[in-house]
Ligand binder design. Structure first.
Ligand SMILES: C[S@@+](CC[C@H](N)C(=O)[O-])C[C@H]1O[C@@H](n2cnc3c(N)ncnc32)[C@H](O)[C@@H]1O
Length: 232
């Protein structure tokens, strides 16, 4: 398989064929991290959490540093394998990895204290309705979704990413209007260190126009806005 310069926002291809690029992208440091900001909004301490769309494991492992136990639930085998291959330590001993679908969670009714979906990417957006219903079934407490609000897909370079269907308006409407979630916005900056690293991760995902811009401006950081949606 010849490797393209960019997958042009085809996240399905990224998760299936390039989990190591997703891993390098998600591991790039954020200042401050979501997990430094989240406990001020949602009580995570000593909770049993189902983290849906756990990917290569970053969100589940971060949540496990607060929680009593985390079930990391992921659909794609390649992503789940990357998570399972991570070093075992005290925090990871509190995580159980499960293969499963956000729309039919492999857990009993009221099995956990809270359900999280940290940039859980469902497509088409109508699938969030099934995730929300499943979350409300499985959680005794809040259902929490952390996503990207309208006009922030790809972070501050949103305006350069025009060749993709932008679904964030619809997702925002489903959570806020249809299901009456509350929300709180968080800002963070991701520091890639070098132009080469940002081009091969962020640029590989978000497209050739971002690559041209990053090279021209010698830019190595991206500012993001995340929206925490929650319903008790
Ligand atoms: C952007 S990643 C987020 C990973 C992780 N939560 C993190 O913060 O590092 C989104 C993940 O959602 C997964 N996903 C997509 N559809 C899913 C579904 N129906 N059920 C479970 N996971 C799904 C993808 O395979 C991908 O691993």
């Amino acid at each position: 398989m010849t490797r393209p310069e960019s997958i042009e926002n085809r996240w399905d291809i990224l998760y299936r064929d390039y989990p190591e690029v997703y891993e390098a992208f998600s591991k790039t440091p954020y200042h401050p991290t979501l997990y430094e900001q989240l406990p001020a909004i949602i009580d995570l301490h000593d909770k049993v959490i189902a983290d849906v769309g756990s990917g290569t494991g970053a969100s589940s492992l971060a949540l496990a540093s607060f929680a009593r136990h985390v079930f990391g639930i992921e659909y794609e085998t390649a992503m789940l394998q990357q998570a399972q291959a991570k070093t075992q330590n005290e925090t990871s001993s509190r995580v159980t990895w499960l293969q499963g679908d956000a729309r039919a969670l492999p857990l009993a009714t009221n099995a956990v204290d809270l359900v999280t979906g940290v940039t859980l990417a469902l497509y088409p957006p109508e699938q969030y309705r099934a995730f929300i219903r499943e979350g409300l079934r499985v959680a005794r407490g809040p259902v929490v979704f952390i996503g990207i609000p309208p006009n922030w897909y790809g972070g501050e370079l949103y305006a350069l990413i025009e060749d993709t269907e932008k679904v964030d308006d619809e997702i925002d409407r489903i959570f806020l209007e249809e299901f009456s979630f509350a929300y709180h916005d968080l800002f963070t900056e991701q520091d890639y260190g070098t132009v080469e690293h940002i081009v091969s991760t962020y640029g590989f995902i978000f497209g050739k126009k971002t690559i041209e811009y990053l090279r021209r401006e010698q830019k190595t950081t991206i500012r993001w806005k995340f929206r925490v949606y929650w319903r008790a």
